[in-house]
Design a protein around this ligand. Structure first.
Ligand code: CA
Length: 236
């Protein structure tokens, strides 16, 4: 079986270093994405979540420490390897609350970076699956173990029923679910409740989730049927 090509996002403002890393990763069969500052990296990681992020600390705008912390909020399981110039604060890099998995001191041998990335990816593959028991769609993350829901890394408090509805919608983004399907998923096949209760729950979820609940960007009403989850800014 052929392994899936792992995606690595390289965040470094110095073009020569970034290209050097990118070329070496590419040569070793990684899919490489590049960002030259923290804001770009965060935006790219939200749109296309990578498997690994190689993150320089000294960046224009927000620094690598801040990027690392923000990344962890919406990508709890991505591998983050920080790059540091000699003399930078190692304790801070390895600090638990920062959430980096590893670091390398510049200048480094690119083959060592490749080896470390492979080692981290292998570790993830053998990790117990419950660690990854999450549903993710764009900026939304549903942590099934922790029963928590996040938008953009910020917790949104949902009731158990609201959580169950988000789980149904996030399992299949863009699929339209009828009110009956949603009721059945939550309360079982033999529940003969009023489908309108679904509307009440959806309204409450929208009040918490949407920037403007009367013009919802996430949960779309499918007229005569029910609801579907679509992406922010998607009009399809
Ligand atoms: Ca730099």
């Amino acid at each position: 079986m052929q392994a899936k090509q792992a995606k690595v996002l390289v965040v470094e403002d110095e073009v020569s270093i970034r290209k050097f890393i990118a070329v070496n990763l590419h040569r070793n069969n990684f899919l490489v994405l590049e960002a030259r500052d923290g804001e770009t990296a965060l935006r790219m990681a939200q749109n296309v979540p990578p498997d690994v992020i190689v993150l320089d600390i000294m960046l224009p705008g927000i620094d690598g420490f801040e990027v690392c912390m923000q990344l962890r909020r919406f990508l709890p399981h991505v591998v983050i390897i920080m790059l540091t110039a000699r003399g930078e604060d190692m304790d801070k890099i390895m600090g638990l609350e920062l959430g980096a998995d590893d670091y390398m001191v510049k200048p480094f041998n690119p083959l060592e970076l490749v080896a470390r990335i492979r080692a981290h990816l292998r570790k993830i593959q053998y990790d117990p699956p419950q660690k990854k028991n999450c549903l993710q769609f764009q900026k939304l993350l549903l942590d099934l173990d922790g029963q928590r829901f996040y938008k953009n890394g910020q917790i949104i408090d949902l009731t158990p029923t609201e959580f169950a509805i988000m789980k149904i919608l996030m399992n299949k983004p863009y699929k339209a679910f009828s009110r009956h399907e949603i009721l059945n998923c939550i309360w079982g096949e033999n529940y003969f409740g009023d489908p309108k209760t679904v509307d009440v729950h959806i309204r409450r979820i929208r009040e918490k989730l949407e920037d403007n609940p009367s013009n919802p960007q996430w949960i779309e009403t499918v007229w005569g049927l029910g609801y579907r989850l679509k992406g922010e800014g998607d009009y399809a």
